[in-house]
Design a protein around this ligand. Structure first.
Ligand code: KG4
Ligand code: ZN
Length: 330
């Protein structure tokens, strides 16, 4: 059994985790920077990088202590090496390099998106390749056929905003603060999803791509009209988003060939009505539906450690001069 230390610092969560090759999360810690970014209504890269630099090393120390482990007992160090806010990514990757060098351990540079993409396999041992993955987060909105470690076929992407971004911006319009996704979900639960007519961009298009910019602007217009209750706008926005997701994912399922399951990952996968709608879609296609627990859906280091476990099992690791990548498509 191998133990991998995972490090995540690509956005506004500073995180460390220890995960074993038999899927045990021995310890994991996440330090959210929400309070530092809230006054600005979004993540400020410079503030994020400084916060990661302050917090990461003590966080790793505490994570090791939680598991009662010394660095020497770890088999490899895995860190997000991109894509993301480059200052934060550099803090995490350089820290991982230093630990790898000091401990004589292999370094594994992880693509953050691969972390999200493989996280369902940490949560569910029965999930086998290939599977269809809907990856919906604040920065990404993609549908991938996951054929194996490092083997992805991208079937769809967004032509403008990511879905989490649309949730966050709509939440801001409704005065819900930052980060907006969970708050918008709570408000939507109290509203009427059919009260406000909103567009379903790209619904019915042959290619399974996404677009959310028009929906976001329509939310702004609905709010400015003063004709609708905020809860009704929230519920109608969430319903429009669900209708787009289901239509586009159904299209991708038709194009994907044989897959073992429909899987959702990324921060937006924490949304319960979205999970329920995807589960119903999967069952219409006769597929199991797999969604990691919400804790593994939003940014975390256990998914990075798990991607490290999978790569380590294949004998893969990376040189100490691996360069952090702000952009890194799968
Ligand atoms: O995966 P993640 O933590 O970070 C990125 O890699 O982007 O995703 C964060 C995104 C944010 O946009 C947040 O508003 C959204 O996921 N999110 C949600 C919910 N929880 C988080 N969106 C809708 N409903 C939720 N319950
Ligand atoms: Zn993420």
């Amino acid at each position: 059994m191998a133990v991998v230390l995972g490090i995540e610092s690509s956005c506004d969560e500073t995180a460390a985790a220890l995960v074993t090759s038999d899927r045990a999360i021995l310890a994991q810690r996440i330090a959210s920077q929400d309070d530092a970014h809230r006054p600005y209504g979004g993540v400020v890269p410079e503030i994020a990088a400084r916060a990661h630099a302050e917090r990461l090393t003590p966080l790793i120390e505490a994570t090791l202590a939680d598991a009662g482990m010394a660095l020497g007992a770890v088999d490899a160090i895995a860190a997000t090496a991109g894509p993301g806010l480059i200052g934060g990514v550099m803090v995490g990757l350089v820290t991982a390099k230093a630990l790898a060098l000091a401990g004589g351990k292999p370094l594994i540079a992880i693509n953050h998106l691969e972390g999200h993409a493989l996280s369902p396999r940490l949560a569910d041992a029965s999930l086998t390749y290939p599977y269809l993955l809907l990856l919906v987060s604040g920065g990404h909105c993609q549908i991938l056929r996951v054929d194996g470690v490092g083997r992805f076929r991208r079937l769809a992407t967004t032509i403008d905003d990511a879905l989490g971004e649309a949730f966050d911006k709509s939440a801001k319009v409704l005065g819900l603060g930052y980060p907006g996704g969970p708050a918008l979900e709570r408000l939507a639960a109290t509203g009427n999803p059919r009260a406000v007519p909103l567009p379903r961009p790209l619904r019915g298009h042959a290619e399974p791509h996404f677009s959310f910019a028009g929906l976001k602007s329509a939310v702004l217009r609905a709010k400015e009209s003063g004709e609708h209750a905020d809860a009704d706008i929230a519920a109608s926005f969430q319903q429009a988003a669900i209708d787009c997701l289901i239509d586009r994912t159904a299209r991708a399922l038709d194009a994907a060939g044989t897959v073992s399951a429909l899987v959702v990952a990324g921060g937006v996968a924490a949304n319960k009505p979205i999970r329920a709608a995807l589960e119903a879609l999967a069952s219409r296609h006769g597929l199991p539906f797999i969604a990691p627990p919400p804790m593994l859906c939003t940014d975390n280091a256990a998914m990075i450690a798990w991607a490290g476990v999978e790569r380590l099992a294949l004998g893969q690791n990376d040189p100490l001069d691996f360069v952090a990548r702000p952009r890194w498509p799968l």
